[in-house]
Write a protein that binds this ligand. Structure first.
Ligand code: TMP
Length: 208
């Protein structure tokens, strides 16, 4: 059985992850592959419980290190119980966020050293990295304007502009460092243009 491909989708809030994930999934399915979609933090019942704590518990300060460890605890469940079994069964996996989110938010945003994140990443998932990471990019103001129209803000959405500015810059730096894995897509353009870029990218991956 040929191993499926692992695709992650990244970006700050409001850049259009859900819409573009739909485009990715439909395109891969249209080519006849089975697709499993998952998200982080989350993706398994246990990891979804960790997500609930991370996003919505405000009764006690969450130390930054605890935030990193909880993100990776959730990731460990998702990698071992969902992602790797699906890839081995030949399915393609589309993950809404992966370790690049920990790099961008916990290192770029919170200031935890990148080496710390990468050491934990190596420990938790070794060589299991996405084959392709789609970074949906837009200026913070644009993302916040779009995200602000949704429901009550979670613990991350309550962060300020400069936090998201650091997150965005960190994403762009990681993408520049790993050009073979990353594709950066400017989502300030018309939705049709963005979707068409995403669809073309998937076609390219499908062609191998
Ligand atoms: P979202 O999936 O609805 O975008 O929300 C997930 C939030 O969690 C988002 O604000 C980014 C944050 N996050 C991290 O800070 N680190 C991580 O490793 C992951 C996966 C998400």
């Amino acid at each position: 059985m040929e191993r499926g491909k692992f695709i992650s989708v990244e970006g700050i809030e409001g850049v259009g992850k859900s819409t573009n994930i739909d485009v990715v999934v439909r395109r891969i399915e249209a080519a006849g592959h089975k697709v499993l979609t998952t998200r982080e933090p989350g993706g398994t019942p246990f990891a979804e419980d960790i997500r609930e704590i991370l996003m919505n518990r405000n009764d006690e300060p969450i130390p930054e290190i605890a935030e990193v460890l909880l993100m990776f605890a959730a990731r460990s469940f998702n990698v071992n119980n969902v992602i790797v079994p699906a890839l081995e069964a030949g399915k393609w996996v589309v993950c809404d966020r992966f370790t690049d989110s920990s790099r961008a938010y916990q290192s770029g945003g919170r200031g935890i050293p990148m080496e710390t994140i990468d050491t934990v990443a190596d420990w938790v998932h070794g060589d299991t990295w996405p084959d392709v990471t789609i970074l949906l990019d837009a200026p913070v103001e644009v993302g916040m304007e779009r995200a602000g129209k949704r429901s009550a803000p979670d613990r991350f959405e309550q962060e300020r502009h400069d936090f998201f500015q650091r997150v965005r810059e960190c994403y762009l730096q990681i993408a520049a460092r790993e050009p073979d894995r990353f594709v950066v897509i400017d989502t300030t353009r018309d939705i049709e243009e963005v979707s068409s870029d995403v669809a073309n990218l998937i076609d390219e991956i499908l062609r191998g």
